[in-house]
Design a protein around this ligand. Structure first.
Ligand code: SDX
Length: 394
């Protein structure tokens, strides 16, 4: 019994920690950040409000909101030296390889916020990370396409600033499209936290050694990159493009047979979840956002969106998926909407990492803030050789 929640003993043996940040009910398809349903946050709040909620436990009042927005906005520039660090990468490097390096490299620049056991250092590191992730992701993109970096513009919103750093150039003023700005801000909210997923558990375990906050977040970036986790949105879009290239909707049946054949190793990317055995509430919101953006851009007949909806329809009627309680997850539609916004496929996971940074920090703070915490040390069931002696080589 923890507060209003009761858990059966079997579940407790799988729990890695106690937390008061994010609550998921996989059977009901419910997701709450500090008690607020994700549907209400995605409708009534913006991403920085959600950051304030995750970090401090409460949505900001009007004055707190103004102060927090100002604090983050005034820390969006990165140290100029980081440009030289970027130059060490090949231009064809995967953006997640670059981002893992850049976030880790922040440990080399911001020495006044590296003591993870100092609450003030953690606060400064948190603001720097939340403020600078959009700048770093945009710099990685500009570096890869050979365009000049665009400095942040403090008069813009968090999402608007990111869009301008990504797609603006020094040659002309960049007009932020409010529909795209709102869609991106909602994508950030939907990805902000998700209790003890693989990358968050990585951040907690890494931080428990007392390393600096930037190194712990860099570990989370590296873990999120995997296609079974945050890399699924990139893998899902590649899957849709492959099916489209082979003939589109007419080929869906054949593809689904491959997915159901265990030996094929083919998975329906963007489907299934370790916790949700019902619809991922983020997937519904993502589909709505996708629709809004496609209509705004006159792409409502986007073949990939039609293909995704057909795949979802078939899967939700197919026993293989119904029996296994496989539903679309957050990654199923997020790739289509990001592609429509103009974000390259290999940067989708970078957007996920940008948005999840606040969740990783909130979870790290919760662990470090508990006076009882110790370095993580998972144990094993040993299944190897019994004790034996080395024999002379002869
Ligand atoms: C994220 O943990 C989080 O919270 C993560 C995340 C977050 O916000 O941090 O929500 C973000 O990572 C979402 C998930 C993104 N990944 C994908 O979309 C990749 C495709 N999905 C699968 O790889 C899979 O569903 C997992 C990894 C997400 C979950 O895998 P599990 O735990 O094995 O799923 P399961 O136990 O529910 O599987 C039950 C059955 C198994 O078959 P059987 O052995 O029972 O015959 O369903 C099968 C699985 O093989 N299955 C799938 C499938 N997902 C599970 N079969 C085909 N396609 C799929 N996508």
């Amino acid at each position: 019994q923890t507060g209003m929640f009761t858990y059966d003993p079997g579940f407790l043996s799988t729990a890695s920690c106690q937390s008061s940040i994010t609550y998921i009910d996989g059977d009901k398809g419910e997701l709450l950040y500090r008690g607020y349903p994700i549907e209400q946050l995605a409708t009534h709040c913006d991403y920085l409000d959600t950051c304030h909620l995750l970090l401090n436990g409460e949505l900001p009042n009007a004055q707190e909101r103004t102060e927090f927005h100002k604090l983050v906005t005034n820390h969006t520039m990165v140290n100029e030296q980081m440009q030289f660090f970027l130059r060490g990468f090949r231009r064809d490097a995967h953006p997640m390889a670059i981002l893992t390096g850049l976030v880790g490299a922040m440990s080399a620049f911001y020495h006044d916020s590296t003591d993870i056991n100092n609450p003030e250092h953690r606060h400064v590191a948190a603001i720097r990370l939340i403020a600078k992730m959009p700048t770093l992701v945009a710099m990685a993109y500009k570096y890869k396409i050979g365009q000049p970096y665009i400095y942040p513009k403090n008069s813009l919103s968090y999402a608007g600033n990111f869009l301008r750093m990504m797609f603006g150039t020094p040659c002309e003023e960049y007009e932020v499209n409010p529909v795209l700005e709102r869609a991106l801000d909602r994508i950030f909210i939907l990805h902000a936290d998700h209790e003890q997923n693989a990358s968050t558990s990585t951040v907690r375990l890494c931080a428990s050694s007392g390393t600096n906050p930037f190194a712990a977040i860099a570990a989370g970036v590296a873990c999120l990159w995997g296609p079974a986790h945050g890399g699924a949105n990139e893998a899902c879009l590649n899957m849709l493009e492959d099916i489209q290239a082979q003939g589109g909707v007419s080929k869906v049946g054949e593809f689904m047979e491959k997915v159901k054949d265990k030996n094929s190793g083919v998975k329906l990317m963007g489907f299934g979840h370790r916790v949700y055995k019902n619809y991922d509430p983020r997937a519904k919101l993502m589909q709505e956002t996708c629709n809004e953006v496609l209509v705004e851009l006159g792409l409502e007949n986007d073949p990939l969106f039609k293909l995704a909806k057909e795949l979802e329809k078939i899967a939700l009627e197919d026993d293989y998926f119904v029996q296994r309680k496989l539903y679309p997850n957050v990654d199923f539609y997020s790739g289509i909407v990001q592609r429509a916004i103009g974000i390259p496929v290999n940067l989708f996971t970078g957007i996920f990492a940008l948005a999840r940074t606040v969740g990783w920090i909130a979870q790290l703070n919760e662990m470090i803030g508990d006076p009882e915490y110790k370095i993580g040390r998972p144990r094993q069931l040993f299944t190897g050789s019994e004790r034996r002696d080395v024999k002379p080589l002869a």
